[in-house]
Each structure stands twice: as C-alpha cells, then as structure tokens.
Design a protein. Structure first.
Length: 251
C-alpha cells in the first residue's frame, strides 16, 4: 500500500500554501535591487514545498519498495516485544508563512516488534518525500478512544533512505528508559476481572493506583485531570468518587 499523498497546491506570487489570496503591497519608489532580489529568492525557496515540480530520482523508480527493518532493544541489549515502530515521511522545505524549514504532508507506515524485538516496514518510494524519521513508541490508552504515544527512541533516516543499498535500510533502535513501557505492562498484567478491564477500556490507564493488601484486595484508580476515582474490591467495581479535577499548570 503506497503512502497517502495529500494534494500539494501550486503557489505563485499571490497565493499562499493553502491557496488563499495574498495581496502584495506595492513597492515603494526607489526600492533597491537588493530588496527585490531578496524577495525573489524567498519566493523561489518556498516553491518546492508546494509545487508538483519536485526533482525526479534517477536512481530509484517511483513505487519501488524500500524495506526498513531492524530491532528495538533496551540499553542492555534485551529485545523489546510489542513496541510500535513508526516510519514517517514528509516533504521538508522552506515555509514562507513560518519563515523556517517545515515538514509538509506527512505520511506514516507502522509495524510492531516481535518476540525478538524485530520489525519490518515497506515504504513505496516517491520523490516527493525527502525527510524520514523512524520512531519507537508505546501507545498508552487514555480513554474515549484517545491514545498518548510515548516516544521511546528515534532515528533520522534521510541519508540512509536516499542511499539505501538494494533498497534495504537496517536500523537498530535502543531504548534508554523503559519505565513507561514496563509500568504499562505491569498494570495490564495485573488486570484480573471483567470490571477492571471494562474501566480500563473506557477510561484508559489511570494516573495512579492505590492498593490495600488484605482479604478484599481494595484498589483505587485515580484520574486526576477528570476528577474521578474508581474503587474496586476483589476486582469488582464498587463506586466512583468525584472531586475537583487537578489541572497541571502550563509551562
């Protein structure tokens, strides 16, 4: 399956990257040639990000499959199974709206590591894409179908994708800090009842879990930003306590 290509609208001196009209101010009398040249250079620099006239690759035909494969391990070299690996391709070029280089029309391909920590992703080559990044992430459910993707490790593949021998790219991703991954796995492994699995499915991973050892095996799952605390006894849902949501201050 080829990466989805979003339309890349053309651009001229009076049209922005989204096709909106931009009125050009009239040049003041006596404008210098240096000022005109600078404006012209800025316009020309912005065109490749949006026009259809990107450079064709003489060494690789469009649609050629580039295989990106490798392993994901921890700092000790142990394989990490069940990690999501994401290959992102985008068009990196100068954005005159933001006055800096930016990524346009990103497309993604995904895979999950096996018991050996191995993965393989096929990328159908298209000359439009010139910036590639490979990331290992752990998806943390947050309820309501939303997911937080916690970044574990990443690598820039621009040069390796362009110079791939036999259209193969080998990558070793090393995760230095596995705390989030291990915490999620311990929580999921501890789910012991249909009630617990249902609340987890509906609300996602709690911010904190308090446990009281004893015959009833009491647990409280805290969701601070929602002002909710779910209480369980022996895996059975007991009650929901409400409180004022705790919102972290913005930086």
């Amino acid at each position: 399956m080829a990466p989805e290509l979003q339309p890349t609208p053309s651009i001229d001196a009076t049209t922005g990257p989204a096709g909106e009209s931009r009125r050009r101010p009239r040049a003041r009398r006596g404008a210098t040639a240096v000022g005109f040249a600078a404006c012209l250079a800025l316009l020309v620099a912005s065109v490749p990000a949006h026009s259809q006239f990107w450079k064709r690759d003489p060494q690789r035909a469009e649609g050629t499959v580039v295989e990106v494969s490798g392993t994901v391990t921890d700092s000790a070299g142990a394989a990490l199974e069940g990690v999501e690996v994401v290959l992102e391709g985008a068009r990196r070029a100068f954005s005159y709206r933001e006055f800096r280089r930016a990524d346009f029309n990103p497309a993604h391909r995904r895979a999950t590591t096996d018991a050996r920590g191995a993965f393989s992703i096929d990328w159908p080559w298209h000359p439009y894409y010139n910036h590639f990044r490979l990331s290992a992430v752990v998806p943390v459910p947050r309820g309501g179908g939303s997911v937080d993707h916690h970044l574990l490790a990443e690598a820039d593949l621009d040069r390796r994708m362009k110079q791939a021998v036999n259209n193969e790219v080998l990558v070793q991703l090393t995760v230095q800090d596995t705390a989030v991954l291990q915490d999620l796995r311990r929580f999921e492994a501890a789910l012991s009842s249909d009630d617990e699995r249902r609340v987890y499915r509906e609300q996602g991973k709690p911010d904190r879990v308090d446990r009281v050892d004893g015959p009833t095996r009491e647990q409280t799952w805290w969701y601070f930003d929602r002002g909710a605390a779910y209480r369980f006894e022996g895996g059975r849902y007991v009650e929901l306590d409400r409180f004022d949501p705790v919102v972290e201050p913005e930086d």
